[in-house]
Design a protein around this ligand. Structure first.
Ligand SMILES: Nc1ncnc2c1ncn2[C@@H]1O[C@H](COP(=O)(O)OP(=O)(O)O)[C@@H](O)[C@H]1O
Ligand SMILES: [Mg+2]
Length: 251
């Protein structure tokens, strides 16, 4: 196994001295999926922006394939193969499906429109439709498809489920699993649907108020989601991370 993404003691935030995600350590194998969980405002998006080079880390280091990324350089991140699907999807709404995909294609890449339509047959049927006329689920497929055109080594997907019905999310998430398997991309999935995310992820990490409150094997955590619930509430225990008892009053 090759480690595709490593974060060491990363502090992420907007102002020096005020990290909103603190001391994050990550190690992701190529082809593996990490579910990055936690309540609103926990610091998930801030961490993703930092991994994508859109924010300069306030501390620590990010490595892709063992090479440190130049801090705060989106270009360096893209060159290293880090691709972010942002939570607003950032599609060109007035362009068609195909035009959106072509804009992202890289010269000499083995990934073609047919590759994308293989993952998302619906998009193939809507190839000439303007992105703005697609359903929410189709727009998310297009955002992921556009990321795949860039042959990601590290694929960051922020809140794939934003504004989508759970049944659509349920059909989209396994595609991330397949992509990781087929392409060897390491995927970080920020997701509010905890059970669905744990079903497709290998490992999970819960951020709460900017601290790593819990991390572990996705299957083990899925078997006892009460640990995740507790971590969401941000109770840190003496053993360095796992959260402790939840009172009924605070639920
Ligand atoms: N552009 C910004 N400037 C300053 N603070 C921000 C900015 N964006 C988000 N924050 C703050 O950073 C914290 C974490 O936010 P965010 O990373 O968006 O959380 P999450 O994605 O887990 O919901 C929140 O307290 C939020 O108010
Ligand atoms: Mg967010």
């Amino acid at each position: 196994m090759t480690t595709a993404l490593t974060c060491t003691a990363v502090d992420a935030g907007y102002h020096a001295g005020h990290p909103v995600a603190r001391q994050v350590d990550l190690s992701l194998e190529a082809g593996s999926v990490l579910a990055l969980l936690g309540p609103n405002g926990a610091g998930k998006t801030t961490l993703m922006l930092t991994l994508a080079g859109l924010l300069c880390p306030l501390g620590g280091r990010v490595e892709v394939d063992g090479r440190e990324l130049r801090p705060g350089s989106p270009r360096a991140a893209v060159r290293a193969g880090v691709v972010l699907v942002p939570d607003d999807r950032a599609l060109f709404k007035e362009l068609t499906v195909v035009e959106n995909l072509r804009l992202a294609s890289r010269r000499g890449s083995p990934t073609t429109l047919d590759t994308i339509f293989g993952y998302f047959p619906e998009l193939g049927r809507r190839a000439k439709v303007g992105a703005g006329s697609l359903s929410g689920g189709e727009q998310q497929m297009l955002a992921i498809g556009r990321a795949l055109m860039q042959d990601p080594r590290v694929l960051l997907v922020d809140e794939l489920s934003m504004g989508l019905a759970p049944v659509i999310v349920e059909s989209l998430l396994p595609v991330i699993r397949r992509v990781a398997h087929d392409t060897g991309a390491a995927c970080v999935l920020v997701e509010q649907h905890v059970s669905l995310a744990l079903r497709v992820a290998d490992t999970a990490l819960v951020l709460s108020h900017g601290d790593v409150a819990l991390r572990g094997d996705a299957r083990e955590l899925a078997a006892d989601e009460s640990r995740i619930e507790e971590a969401y509430l941000g109770r840190r225990s003496d053993d360095g991370g796992l959260s402790v008892a939840v009172t009924t009053a605070s639920r």
